[in-house]
Design a protein around this ligand. Structure first.
Ligand code: B12
Length: 213
């Protein structure tokens, strides 16, 4: 059943039918779907499993951009369902950012929404965020955690410098790392961080750890 609905969704997405994609997802929410079901079964695989069928590179590029834009619209338009479904607030603030030159941000937005769903005071501060801006946000918003989303491993060098600066200037703020580049242990070993978190289940375990301490 889910597999058929997913195929229907992907078919609409492949044809850039934005309104139809959004209406399909809204219908699922109205029929009782949870944020986790929609994100894990529709939105995440729609991008993570995306393969361009065209051999013409320029077609692939605009198709990927259009697809990302539709997923983004769905994430923003369905935010009220997240507000309705979110768990009791826990008194922990977390900032989520994509470091300098990291433009992949859908994973970071989804992670932010999962932290919100679990009751964190989570704020997403943007893609391609210069290190000085991240440091400024730490100074002003005084979070308990800073979470960095890294997709492209070329951005590890800048992220390494940033994590070292945070450890030096704000030793009490714990650093969380997530994103595709963090799946590579060699790349990850270069960073100074406290937690590696990727999935909704990881976030739930992380929250349990905080509540039990
Ligand atoms: C969409 C996309 C883009 C879009 C991004 C738009 C946007 N606003 O985000 C655009 C067009 C900008 C883009 C550009 C590029 N891209 Co691109 N892109 C993708 C694509 C198709 C999907 C990425 C995505 O959104 N996935 C869905 C999300 C939900 O998954 P996710 O990011 O893995 O996040 C999950 C977890 O990792 C986790 N997570 C992520 N962050 C965090 C943070 C925290 C704190 C936590 C808890 C969890 C968490 O949560 C998510 C849910 O589980 C992938 C293909 C793929 N297989 O992933 C390529 C891909 C990532 N891109 C790639 C490349 C090479 C590029 C470019 C260099 C292409 C180019 N030549 O210009 C540029 C680089 C731009 C830059 N400087 O950052 C490569 C990366 C390879 C590598 N080196 O690592 C990929 C893998 C494609 C490929 N197979 O080659 N891209």
């Amino acid at each position: 059943m889910i597999e058929n609905k997913y195929k229907e969704f992907i078919n609409k997405l492949d044809n850039e039918l934005k309104d139809d994609c959004l209406l399909l997802i809204i219908e699922l929410f109205e029929n009782g779907a949870t944020i986790k079901e929609i994100y894990d079964n529709y939105l995440i695989p729609a991008l993570a499993r995306y393969e361009c069928n065209s051999s013409v590179e320029e077609i692939c590029i605009w198709k990927e951009h259009a697809r990302t834009s539709i997923i983004r619209t769905i994430l923003e338009s369905t935010y009220p369902y997240l507000i309705k479904q979110k768990n009791k607030t826990i008194n922990k603030r977390i900032l989520i950012a994509c470091p300098q030159l990291e433009y992949h941000e859908i994973g970071a937005i989804i992670a932010t929404n999962y932290f919100i769903l679990e009751g964190f005071d989570a704020k997403y501060i943007g893609a391609n965020t210069p290190s000085e801006q991240i440091i400024s946000a730490l100074k002003i918003l005084k979070p308990d955690y800073i979470a960095l989303s890294i997709t492209n491993y070329y951005n590890m060098v800048a992220t390494k410098k940033l994590t070292e600066k945070i450890k030096l200037e704000y030793p009490n703020i714990k650093i969380i790392i997530g994103g595709q580049a963090a799946r590579n242990e060699t790349t990850l070993s270069q960073l100074n961080y406290d937690y590696l978190i990727q999935t909704h289940e990881d976030i739930q375990k992380f929250k349990d750890g905080i509540l039990w301490n």
